[in-house]
Design a protein around this ligand. Sequence first.
Ligand SMILES: Cc1cc2nc3c(=O)[nH]c(=O)nc-3n(C[C@H](O)[C@H](O)[C@H](O)COP(=O)(O)OP(=O)(O)OC[C@H]3O[C@@H](n4cnc5c(N)ncnc54)[C@H](O)[C@@H]3O)c2cc1C
Length: 296
Amino acid sequence: MNETYDVVVVGGGAAGLSAALVLGRSRRSVLVIDAGEPRNAPAGHVHNYLGREGTEPAELLALGREEVGRYGVEVRAGRVSSAARTGGRFAVGLGDGSSVFARRLVLANGVVDVLPQVPGLEERFGRDVLHCPYCHGWEVAGLPLGVVASGEECVERALLFRQWSEDVVILLNGRPAPQGEDAERLAARGIRWVPGRIRRVVVEDDAVSGVELDGGEIVHRAALVVTTVPTADTTLLDALGGPEAPGVKVVGNAAAPYAGVIASAADGMTAGTLINHELVVEETAAAVAAYRKEAA
Ligand SMILES: Cc1cc2nc3c(=O)[nH]c(=O)nc-3n(C[C@H](O)[C@H](O)[C@H](O)COP(=O)(O)OP(=O)(O)OC[C@H]3O[C@@H](n4cnc5c(N)ncnc54)[C@H](O)[C@@H]3O)c2cc1C
């Protein structure tokens, strides 16, 4: 297909769909291409999204797809494998070998969370292995929590999660014990730390019940807190010349990995309005040039 869309949006999460929504409502032709793996897919519910508090992640996006459809936006399942500027437009290659073209590109392809290398963590991520207190804290309030140390950040993580539970333990997993002021702050908040490497996460009846340490000791915990490394695939962005590349907007977690769903949606919406303004300016300039030519 050789059709040129006004805008192709790579990624149909909250950010990409919000960009598509405002662009569709601006009477732009928009194609959203989505690989269907939103970051929060493992979680049961989306929290802190005003008006949709507690909605399932898949349901929120299904609603979004239905809403953008009302304004003529096309949503296609697939993975974008390449993007290049060519002849004043963008050529966007899909994994199936097909290509589409666009005047503007929105990269809303999100991030993936890289977890500490502990057997069993990945499988429980988003359920009772948690990275974000604002996403999950309420659901584990008052429960015994274990903060899996990845580095010095474990102190702040433990102090933060202490807001939700009085029973917080740092699992040092081979890291040095907190010292000095850190140790004092933790002690003042009743937070202990346990030495030893974690051999595996212990799961019973489809729920985390603790961790087993290298020596065989079980530390009983109802949920584990991890620090993830949100990692963006920048292949497309790099090929286009980076975040400042003209005609390209990077939105949502791809631009701000710590933004929640509503902030990512807002980012996409703002980018959509900016793109529409750019196109209006471009079209007005072209119209003026044609007008002058005709008048001459
Ligand atoms: C376990 C967990 C729970 C969370 N809970 C909450 C919560 O309760 N509240 C909250 O505010 N935030 C929560 N978050 C954060 C939330 O996931 C992000 O804020 C949100 O997903 C960001 O939206 P996005 O559109 O930028 O990215 P995403 O939602 O990740 O969407 C990106 C989309 O782009 C697609 N994609 C990637 N590459 C390509 C490609 N090359 N071609 C086509 N498509 C592609 C992906 O498959 C995906 O569908 C949670 C995060 C995690 C990990």
